[in-house]
Write a protein that binds this ligand. Structure first.
Ligand code: NCD
Length: 328
């Protein structure tokens, strides 16, 4: 794997390999000393042109636990705010010897531009580009669903027969897009629930069923209910009458939470708008995997960085990862 740009083009075996290596990484994260020597001498640059809390610190923690040197670059306070182009920024990173660049950008397609431009030789990881994709979020979500379902027996398994329902602002959500593609590749059945105004135009080409009624979707018995953040910062028009009306029809309140099946889980990528798309009861309930998703995110990003940076050298054998990180 040279880059991780999207899940739409990520094949089943590569996806499972990332999830399985992430299992090994998670095992090492239960040890007292969490740091592994695997990426010693490598430099990972976090290039964030958009705000982020958990994704940026998650990549930072992942790179540091693999002993890479980490450079954090955020566009605010940098020469980007003086009008420096992506090309000049990239060439500066290249001159500094970056081995991997983790990029978050407001423009859909910016990571691919960086990966294919010839400006840099580093591997590129998409950490969220506009409304396009957020592949490591989808991978950590799949990891979380698999772990809750199969526990210690997760390795090698896909998500065949698992029902996942994604609710809310699908229109602006790169998390929804990456999840739809990955979950479909892994054999899950995906349902999207949103107000008609927040359903993307091209959704008929997505491998997912569309519903407009959340109660109907819950009655269908999803294994995982993934609530999306209402992305007010990307809204330039009125997509729903009032926030109150939105939360009444598409919010996960206590009544809907109780209507879920005994084993179903509630997911949210964060940051949450408590009281809008998700109630405090739902966010803090035993069904909620919100904090597990954050913890799993570090393991999944360790796996992605490992496969990009160490897996590229010599043999790209999967067992190589386990041998390096899990002495048996
Ligand atoms: C998501 C993002 O930035 O795309 N958050 C995240 O990465 N944890 C979702 C969101 O902002 O709603």
């Amino acid at each position: 794997m040279r880059h991780l740009l999207d899940t739409q083009s990520l094949g089943r075996s590569d996806a499972l390999r990332i999830l399985d290596v992430a299992e090994d990484m998670a095992d090492t994260q239960r040890r007292e000393v969490k740091k592994l020597p695997t990426l010693r001498g490598k430099t990972v640059v976090n290039l964030f042109f958009e705000d982020s809390t958990r994704t940026r610190i998650s990549f930072e923690a992942a790179a540091k636990r693999l002993s890479a040197d980490v450079i954090n670059f955020s566009a605010k306070g940098s020469s980007v705010s003086k009008g420096e182009s992506l090309q000049d920024t990239a060439q500066t990173l290249q001159a500094m010897g970056a081995d991997a660049v983790v990029i978050r950008h407001g423009a859909s397609g910016a990571p691919r531009t960086l990966a294919t431009s010839g400006w840099i030789t580093a591997g590129v990881v998409n950490a969220g580009d506009g409304t396009h994709e957020h592949p490591t979020q989808a991978l950590l979500d799949a990891f979380t669903i698999r772990k809750r379902r199969y526990g210690g027996e997760s390795r090698g398994r896909d998500l065949a027969g698992v029902k996942v329902t994604i609710v809310g602002d699908v229109l602006h959500s790169r998390v929804a897009r990456s999840n739809v593609w990955l979950l479909h590749t892994l054999g899950a059945e995906v349902t999207l629930v949103a107000p008609p105004t927040l359903v993307p135009q091209d959704v008929s080409r997505w491998p997912a069923r569309i519903l407009y009624d959340l109660d109907e979707a819950i009655a269908d018995g999803p294994d995982a209910l993934m609530m999306l953040r209402i992305q007010l910062e990307r809204m330039n028009a009125a997509y729903f009458p009032t926030e109150r009306e939105y939360s009444r029809r598409w919010g996960l309140d206590a009544r809907r939470l109780n209507a879920l099946g005994a084993d179903s889980i509630v997911m949210h990528p964060g940051p949450m708008n408590r009281g809008l798309e998700i109630s405090a009861e739902a966010a803090d309930s035993a069904r909620s995997t919100v904090l597990e998703q954050v913890a799993n995110g570090v393991s999944v990003r360790m796996a992605a960085l490992y496969l990009l940076l160490a897996g590229a050298e010599g043999d790209a054998d999967t067992t190589d990862a386990t041998r390096k990180v899990t002495p048996r």
